[in-house]
Ligand binder design. Structure first.
Ligand code: SF4
Length: 362
């Protein structure tokens, strides 16, 4: 063992330098949790899981109104702040089973937080290199009471147990409220230098961030995951209902993040772009969907999702015309483009605003 890989203990016997894997979401809590452990001389590396439901890098990257917001991958930014290596893993395929069949159910929306945590901790532990490279324990930024479903004192042991991590799972921000874990009992980390945060208040985290000199961390309003968002969950539930089965592809869940979703009939819906950035994004889907755009007036690009006949297309065209610059005109010319590239135009009267029913908006 080299000197760099060992630390001297008080009795001068070299002790192996311990290694921890930190689950890095890109938010403040995981940043702080990793930092707290790093400060104790532990070698930390990060893992960031890509589920497809992450907020950052999509809506913010697409919409023009968010143009002035800095676009960055927050997990990478956290890794850079900490000076640690980050392993980004795409788990979007395996993750479907968690979203579709959560053993422990959903939270307030379609967020399967408890199953998600178990899955992620398990992935971190199961990941071959974690053991091959001698990682000793896992760190998460969980805080008791922060989330009503997954971050309760009673659920913390469930995550540890069902993930298989057992007491090699350390939550540095609330460790003092929990039983000592293996890294604490073995003296790899000093329990006294861990924290006892609990509850929904973020004040202790902000104070700790200040102490460490972090002032530019991500604080997404609705958390980092679309599944906690009520509007997004409603759209996902609508998709399953319309399909008559619970399944999704990555494109489906990407499109749920974009545009106005209007379902005038159970068999199809319109995805209407709300601004230029979304317009450009939806263009990328023109080879997969029938699309409608206005020719005589400026207007949004719209994708049709589902199955539809000529009458349905006419209805859709009228709705599209209502969202165009010609909404008060007698007629608007729209172009219908099939995904195979064939197209035709038609003139339609825009649908009056009051006829676009509230319940059509998903
Ligand atoms: S908010 Fe999303 S990513 Fe976070 S635990 Fe819940 S389901 Fe998982």
């Amino acid at each position: 063992m080299t000197q760099a890989n060992s630390i001297q203990t008080s009795n001068n016997a070299p002790q192996k330098k311990r290694k921890a894997v930190a689950l890095i979401s890109g938010g403040l809590d995981s940043l702080l949790a990793a930092k707290v452990i790093q400060e104790q001389g532990i070698h930390v590396e990060g893992i960031n899981f890509y589920t497809g439901f992450c907020v950052e890098g999509h809506t913010h990257a697409i919409r023009k109104k968010d143009k002035d917001k800095q676009k960055r991958n927050n997990a990478l930014w956290v890794a850079e702040q900490l000076g640690i290596k980050l392993h980004i893993i795409d788990i979007s395929e395996e993750y479907k089973d968690i979203v579709l069949n959560p053993k422990h159910g959903y939270g307030a929306n379609l967020n399967p937080c408890l199953d998600c945590k178990i899955f992620m901790v398990n992935q971190a532990q199961a990941w071959a290199w974690a053991e091959e490279n001698g990682f000793d324990f896992i760190i998460t930024g969980e805080v008791i009471g922060q989330r009503p479903k997954s971050q309760r004192k009673e659920t913390m042991p469930i995550i540890a147990r069902e993930s298989g991590a057992e007491d090699r799972l350390l939550r540095p921000l609330c460790a003092k409220n929990l039983m000592p874990t293996l890294p604490e009992r073995e003296g790899w980390v000093d329990r006294e230098q861990l924290y006892d945060f609990s509850g929904r208040s973020r004040k202790p985290q902000f104070e700790l961030a200040k102490k460490f000199g972090f002032d530019d961390f991500a604080q997404p309003a609705g958390g980092c995951c679309f599944l906690t968002d009520a509007n997004y969950s409603a759209k996902l539930a609508d998709l399953w209902e319309a399909r008559g089965e619970r399944r999704y592809e990555l494109d489906d869940i990407m499109l749920l993040k974009v545009g106005r979703h209007i379902r005038p009939k159970p068999n199809f819906k319109l995805i209407v772009s709300r601004e230029e950035g979304e317009n450009n994004f939806l263009k990328g889907y023109k080879k997969q969907f029938t699309s409608i755009h206005t020719v005589s007036h400026g207007g949004p690009l719209t994708l049709l999702d589902g199955s539809f006949d000529k009458e349905d297309i006419k209805l859709a065209a009228q709705i599209v015309a209502r969202y165009s610059g010609g909404k008060s005109a007698d007629a608007v010319t729209v172009q219908i483009e099939n995904f195979n590239g064939t197209s035709y135009v038609m003139d339609v009267p825009p649908m009056p605003a009051h006829e676009v029913k509230e319940e059509w908006h998903v």
